[in-house]
Design a protein around this ligand. Sequence first.
Ligand SMILES: [Zn+2]
Length: 214
Amino acid sequence: MTPDPTKAYVRCPNKDCAKVLSFKVFPNYKDAPIECPHCHTRGKVRDFIELRPRVLADSTRQPVQAPLQSPSLPPQSQKPSAQATMRLHEQHEAVVTLENVDTGESHNLLPGDNTVGRRTATPRAQILFDDPEHYMSRCQVVITVRSVAAGTEVLLRDAGSANGTFVNEVRLPEGTMVRLTDGDTFVMGKHLYRLTISRQPMHVRRASDTILLH
Ligand SMILES: [Zn+2]
């Protein structure tokens, strides 16, 4: 591919992930926080492995439209998450974030189904939250993010959790889907979670914000 000189390319430092990510460069970007959209590893840009555009140009003939596809990974290991991220880019989807209001831990959700559960040694969900009390199931809910004519639609359903998911203090019956809008909250385990749907464009907002990859 032909690297875009206005973009920086970094590799996720998580060895099991190692995806190549790109974003528009801006002043002092190496000190900005970044989150891998594939495995949700977080850190500063300088903690990620920066790739030189020249190396990318020499190592692959992929088109520039696919900057998130790493040339060094076998196609089967990168396919689903790379596609999800490309959809995010192409459609300029809103950025959907789920935050544990009590602890501040937050993760971005990707287009499609996102399974959310407790972080353990044997995780069963894609999006993992710390839950020391173990009231949250390993796969607690499925949150679906999709584009509709009116914008981005977010749907929540319980995935058969042990202790239930509560919306407006009512336990969500298993299999029932509820639509969430920006700012909606619900309870999983002992904690309150808040969904944020951001309509800001897919680039850096403030230096203190996580970089939005595109
Ligand atoms: Zn990663």
